[in-house]
Design a binder for this molecule. Structure first.
Ligand code: PPE
Length: 310
């Protein structure tokens, strides 16, 4: 953890506590069964002060994830929204990565979660470039994972659940051990799914393609942002199954995510993607995305929520 972050305050089920006091018991349900749903989003330092990116969409996805797991969050969407904005304010942050999480807390063990209290926490971290400082401009080297993404009707991919990230850890560690930055997982049918913590897009013959929700992907909020930006830039965008080999012959490939933002991929399994550097369409979409989130151009989508209501 960053020592500066450790001086901050964390919103813990309705009140702010010091970082060191934001603790739970080791016999909490979440520790044993991974029973948490969470979000990750960024707050950007704009000309009008700090602004969270698509905060209400993240809050809604948190509540959707909880609903899938029959978890009753004891706060309203508006209260969680405000808790996130207030976490930025109370810690006097300009930019941050926010981590709202709801989990089954301490009462009894045993899989049956009946009666176990749901805790909700919002913490703020300073998080730099997710895939390395050079990633945004130069692109990253990735492999296709030998691990398959969580299969339909096992772990629901549309829920951003803590336990899903055991699968992500397998994908990420395998890639890193072999000298890659990230892995691309295929779905249970062998089609391209997503990275351990990112959605994926390819550009092929002038079309932008991303796997559909049925390919075990998280409905990424950055994914949705890029689809809307690209369509408004008059690109043809489709959600379509992607066979593995299309990764190798695509003109451009990039990842999207709150942490990864828009990160180009320059090689896959050591095969160069296109020219082996960031492609021109990726660069144009990146520029538009960063211009909006940093408040450099007018935000036509209403995606920024200014923390100080400017
Ligand atoms: N797929 C997965 C599996 C995933 O974890 C993320 C976000 C995405 C797609 C992109 O979703 P979105 O952030 O809404 O555009 N991964 C989060 C956590 C990463 C982590 O290491 O922790 C993130 O980017 O915040």
């Amino acid at each position: 953890m960053n020592p500066q972050d450790e001086k901050g305050k964390i919103w813990f089920s309705g009140k702010f506590v010091d970082w060191k006091d934001a603790n739970i018991h080791v016999m909490s349900h979440v520790i044993h069964y991974g029973s948490a749903v969470f979000e990750g989003l960024r707050c950007y330092d704009t000309a009008n002060g700090p602004a969270t990116f698509r905060l209400m969409d993240h809050v809604k996805r948190l509540f959707d994830s909880a609903k899938i797991y029959r978890m009753q969050i004891p706060f309203s969407e508006q209260e969680v929204f405000e808790a996130c904005q207030e976490t930025v304010r109370i810690n006097n942050l300009k930019s941050a990565y926010l981590r709202p999480i709801a989990f089954r807390g301490y009462k009894t063990l045993g899989v049956d979660p009946t009666g176990i209290p749901i805790e909700v926490v919002v913490g703020a971290l300073s998080w730099g470039k997710y895939l390395g400082d050079e990633a945004i401009n130069d692109g990253v080297d990735v492999r296709v994972s030998s691990w398959t993404r969580i299969a339909p009707n096992t772990f629901p991919a549309m829920a951003k659940c803590g336990a899903n990230y055991m699968n992500s850890q397998l994908i990420k560690m395998e890639a890193m051990c072999d000298g890659y930055v990230e892995g691309i997982a295929l779905d249970a049918n062998g089609y391209v799914s997503e990275g351990s913590g990112e959605n994926i897009f390819i550009i092929w013959r002038g079309k932008i393609i991303t796997p559909p929700l049925g390919a075990s992907v998280l409905p990424g909020i950055t994914r949705d942002s890029v689809i809307r930006i690209a369509r408004d830039m008059k690109y043809e965008v489709c959600e379509q199954l992607i066979p593995r080999e299309l990764l190798y012959i695509a003109d451009e490939v990039f990842f999207t995510g709150s942490a990864a933002e828009v990160s180009p991929i320059r090689t896959i399994d050591r095969i160069p993607v296109g020219s082996g550097t960031r492609g021109p369409v990726t660069e144009k979409i990146q520029r538009r995305f960063f211009d909006i989130i940093e408040g450099k151009v007018k935000d036509p989508y209403g995606w920024l929520s200014y923390v100080y209501n400017k």
